[in-house]
Ligand binder design. Structure first.
Ligand SMILES: Nc1nc2c(c(=O)[nH]1)N=C([C@H](O)[C@H](O)COP(=O)(O)OP(=O)(O)OP(=O)(O)O)CN2
Ligand SMILES: [Zn+2]
Length: 154
């Protein structure tokens, strides 16, 4: 028998729309614009051996990944404008719009920073919800079909 260990991961993809700008960008991205973002959440763990139970043969039901990712990232960011706190003129403008959905970020909303922020939000959520039996090990965030970031943690 092999001594090699296997890591088993599952991934759930969700999509959302959001606006942003990169205020000091030297090209088009300094302008207000939006993207159809796609987030792919990858969890690593052990396959449940629970004969007769709903989760038998699963690391985790994909529906649970969807529910938590929706609750903590997708719903807060969907149809929001993601603005850096340092982008003070734009923050002031967005705050002047009645009932506008604005999310003020600690850093410029590049796909790298947004992916990092999403990972920081979700990592403790999955760790807490599943008592350490599953770990968020990777998160991919697409800004466009051609541009994405990968955040990984072993
Ligand atoms: N490293 C990064 N570079 C850029 C980012 C970023 O978040 N991180 N963001 C942008 C723009 O916001 C934009 O999202 C990317 O635009 P673009 O390069 O034009 O991407 P497209 O897929 O639309 O390009 P096509 O040429 O139409 O395929 C810029 N850079
Ligand atoms: Zn953009």
């Amino acid at each position: 028998m092999s001594n090699k260990s296997k890591a088993i991961s599952i991934t759930r993809r969700l999509e959302f729309d959001a606006g942003h700008r990169i205020p000091n960008h030297d090209g088009q991205c300094k302008h207000l614009h939006g993207h159809r973002y796609a987030i792919e959440v990858t969890l690593t763990g052990v396959i449940a051996n629970h004969p007769g139970q709903a989760d038998d043969g699963m690391l985790l039901d994909f529906g649970d990944i969807k529910r938590l990712t929706n609750q903590y990232v997708v719903e807060p960011w969907d149809h929001a404008f993601l603005v850096a706190k340092e982008d003070v003129a734009l923050v002031a403008f967005l705050n002047s719009l009645p009932d506008h959905k604005t999310v003020v970020m600690d850093s410029v909303p590049t796909v790298e920073n947004l992916g990092n922020a999403a990972f920081a939000i979700l990592e403790p959520i999955f760790a807490k919800a599943f008592a350490g039996s599953l770990q968020l090990t990777s998160l991919r965030l697409y800004e466009t079909p051609n541009c994405w970031v990968d955040i990984t943690q072993s």
